[in-house]
Design a protein around this ligand. Structure first.
Ligand SMILES: NC(=O)c1ccc[n+]([C@@H]2O[C@H](COP(=O)([O-])OP(=O)(O)OC[C@H]3O[C@@H](n4cnc5c(N)ncnc54)[C@H](OP(=O)(O)O)[C@@H]3O)[C@@H](O)[C@H]2O)c1
Length: 337
């Protein structure tokens, strides 16, 4: 089979297409999946650059998110069968909460070889059947960004009388926008570009601000809530945006800490204490959460926002597009045809 590996060292210029033996024979508890589409996450770029885990053994197949068809199952497998269309879960050994160290160390395209390959062998308990109404390109976007967004907003904290603040228009934020709107919340969103803000409004965002032309977007967010502050911030910037997120959130509000896009160092924890704010670190989510999210996606017939689809042969160009920051939503690599 064809697969991409990072070798002999890190760097996008070292993402190399190679021939590898097909995985198999299919072992106990395993399913063999013929991959149809892969989606990229910002993490995949960090992995390829060596910024995610510089000590990661190489060669390694990158990427956590794929959809494909089950083509063979181990003799004891009962939950899926050949012909089923499945996604792998981000952390193969994380079926339900609480998160354990072993589960956190079972991530595709991180601890384990990933899915940027024609075939992958996965655990029976590390796959989920995907909603029927989604195309392969759409379904491939679910395992990381969508489950993370679901984890952040579907905690019971988001409801009709709540306001959620989202940062940027990448994969996590646009899933959070779609979920939060269906849960009835008011959604505020930031972006570096006015045209992207306009597209976010078309998706249902209630108000938006350009964080380049208005760097003190926290004041804007408070203004949008009558000076009270938002109920939830979906924090994808990290240290570079966290202080402003804390200023944006109300007393006893919540910040779902997810990303590291904005770099930055130093953070003053005192306002968290003084204003009773809950800072929740989020690592994607377990398989049980993926299943619950799929039910929600089916019920509301939601469709992920796919920015651009690249052929498998142009996987490096897909990563370059992610690197450019020009995308709106998800970047997908198709193995069709
Ligand atoms: N903890 C977890 O389990 C988990 C899971 C998924 C993702 N993540 C992390 O979450 C972050 C987002 O991931 P993603 O896959 O959604 O990324 P993505 O699709 O590449 O989205 C990136 C977008 O974020 C916006 N952005 C960049 N810098 C920003 C800044 N300083 N302030 C506000 N927005 C900024 C930009 O939107 P505009 O162009 O609109 O400005 C950019 O297009 C990454 O750091 C990723 O590693 C963590």
């Amino acid at each position: 089979m064809r697969a991409y590996v990072i070798q002999p060292t890190f760097g996008l210029e070292h993402l190399t297409a190679v021939d590898r033996p097909d995985p198999g024979p299919v072992g106990l508890g395993q399913v063999l999946v013929r991959v149809r589409a892969v989606s990229l996450n910002y993490r995949d770029l960090l992995v390829v650059r060596g910024q995610y885990n510089p000590r990661m053994p190489l060669p390694r197949v990158p990427c956590s998110d794929a959809v494909g068809e089950v083509v063979a199952v181990g003799p004891d497998v009962t939950t899926v069968q050949p012909g089923d269309r499945v996604c792998g879960t981000f952390a193969q050994a994380w079926e339900d909460n609480p998160l354990t160290e072993a589960a956190a160390r079972s991530t595709l395209g991180g601890d384990l070889d990933g899915v940027l390959a024609e075939y992958v062998a996965l655990s029976e308990h590390g796959v989920v059947i995907v909603p029927e109404h989604l195309t392969d390109e759409e379904a491939a976007t679910l395992p990381c960004a969508a489950v993370t967004a679901w984890h952040a907003v579907a905690s019971g904290f988001v409801a009709t009388d709540k306001t959620v603040l989202l940062q940027g228009t990448g994969g996590v934020s646009l899933f959070a926008l779609q979920f939060a709107k269906k849960l009835g919340a008011r959604v505020l969103i930031t972006s570096s570009r006015d045209d992207k803000l306009a597209r976010a409004m078309d998706l249902g965002a209630d108000a938006g601000v350009n964080y380049k032309t208005m760097p003190d977007w926290d004041k804007w967010a408070r203004g949008q809530t009558g000076g009270v502050g938002v109920d939830l911030v979906v924090e994808v910037g990290g240290a570079g945006t966290l202080d402003r997120s804390v200023k944006s959130v109300r007393h006893a509000g919540r910040i779902a800490l997810i990303g590291v896009l904005a770099g930055g160092t130093g953070f003053n924890p005192l306002p968290l204490v003084m204003r009773g704010i809950c800072l929740q670190g989020i690592l994607v989510g377990p398989r049980a959460m993926f299943l619950a999210m799929n039910l929600f996606i089916e019920r509301h017939q939601l469709r992920p926002v796919v920015d651009k689809v690249f052929p498998f042969a142009d996987a490096t160009a897909a990563f370059r597009h992610l690197e450019s920051g020009n995308h709106f939503g998800k970047i997908v690599i198709s193995l069709a045809g």
